[in-house]
Design a protein around this ligand. Structure first.
Ligand code: NAD
Length: 367
């Protein structure tokens, strides 16, 4: 667990600007700056009056409605781009990120990073040419619960990851022609990056997928084979109730499993073969055990958040990883390290998996 410093406690800060102050920036991104080593120099939005109001709230020194002008006039180390989609329903990030790198800044972009793997390749090329880094806001990689799952599955007792199940409510067009169109695929692209970023972060690169779509509501079930041999199912549970939690994740190792419900309720069922066998032997084996309560040595570990104290972990910006991803971005750049979580390499792989859904369903598709 990381000790969180307040913004004013940092001696060394990254000079940053924000491009795009819509709803998400206002609700979830700017509040994180209070805990990150950043100095908010300026804000840019096409709606300059909104930019002025937001700048006043968050202490940005100047506002712009044109980011070229802003980056020419200001001395900025990195920009946060939270701009959304263009009129053709494609994410604005590749174009803006490339321009910003060429104008001399590192870039943090929101998801979805692009509408195609080709655009990610283009960002990678400019990143290499300019020596500027791009990080994608794959917030789920920074959930405290997902980070704990990673620690568990990498621990000695868990064994290799052998299989998994992940659920997320999202539909996909049933008609293959619609799956070629950015407009029809926009919401699928917007959301598929969430479960895929969890899988890539936790398990690694995907080798191939096989998927089926329900023709009534566009829900889907995808069998996934990972390069490391792990297998599992991505269930995109469209048409589930809006009153229901969205997500469920289970990862199975070798005699062990970890279950995460709703992004917060975490249960680790530890490997207990030896103790359980000894217990069965002592008590006379199958059919004679009167209690389901096992030995402490094999007891599951359970974590739930508490909602009583005024702690940082109770804020959604920490529970959903927003603050952690921004702190990580700023600290990585200040330390002159390389972005590994939320990297363009991960984004490239995720976009290749997204593109696989443009193929016929019910076929094995190599990534
Ligand atoms: N990670 C998450 O949990 C999460 C949650 C919500 C939204 N998002 C993502 O955040 C992004 C923005 O979402 P939103 O709901 O805030 O959208 P929005 O439409 O409310 O805001 C976008 C803002 O960007 C500005 N903008 C667009 N192009 C610009 C340019 N060239 N220069 C300056 N400003 C420009 C617009 O004027 C607008 O104010 C999307 O990519 C969305 O997918 C992520």
């Amino acid at each position: 667990m990381k000790y969180i410093k307040y913004n004013y406690e940092y001696d060394n800060k990254l000079k940053v600007a924000v491009i795009g102050v819509g709803g998400h920036t206002f609700r979830n991104i700017l509040p994180c700056f209070a805990y990150a080593p950043v100095d908010l120099v300026s804000i840019c939005d096409l709606d300059v009056n909104k930019a002025k109001d937001v700048a006043g709230l968050y202490g940005a020194k100047r506002v712009y409605d044109n980011y070229y002008e802003m980056l020419e006039k200001e001395d900025i180390d990195a920009v946060f781009v939270i701009a959304g989609y263009d009129d053709n329903h494609k994410p604005l990030y590749p174009k803006i990120a490339i321009n910003c790198m060429k104008l001399g800044t590192h870039v943090w972009i929101e998801k979805p990073p692009a509408a195609s793997s080709k655009e990610i390749q283009e960002m990678l090329e400019v990143s290499r040419e300019t020596n500027k880094q791009v990080m994608v806001g794959f917030k789920k990689m920074f959930f405290p619960s997902i980070q704990k799952v990673k620690q568990i599955i990498n621990s000695d007792g868990f064994g290799d990851v052998t299989s998994f199940y992940i659920r997320y409510p999202q539909n996909i067009p049933y008609n293959i022609n619609d799956r070629q169109k950015d407009r029809e695929m926009m919401w699928f692209l917007d959301h598929i990056v969430h479960p895929l970023s969890i899988l890539v972060y936790l398990i690694g690169e995907i080798d191939s997928i096989y998927y089926m779509i329900n023709d009534k509501v566009g829900s889907s079930s995808t069998n996934i084979i990972f390069k490391n041999g792990a297998i599992g199912c991505l269930h995109l549970a469209a048409a589930s109730s809006n009153t229901s939690p969205l997500e469920r994740l289970e990862i199975i190792g070798e005699g062990s499993n970890v279950v995460l419900e709703n992004g917060v309720s975490l249960k680790y069922y530890k490997k207990g073969d030896r103790v359980i066998k000894e217990l069965k032997h002592t008590l006379g084996g199958y059919g004679r055990m009167s209690s389901y309560i096992g030995d402490d040595e094999v007891a599951p570990m359970i974590w739930e958040p508490e909602f009583s104290l005024g702690q940082l972990y109770n804020k959604n910006i920490f529970m959903l990883g927003y603050a952690q991803e921004i702190i990580y971005f700023a600290e990585t750049l200040l330390n002159e390290d390389v972005i590994e979580n939320g990297s363009l390499a991960q984004a490239l792989h995720i976009l290749k998996v997204y593109e696989a859904y443009k193929n016929e369903q019910k076929t094995l598709i190599k990534i």
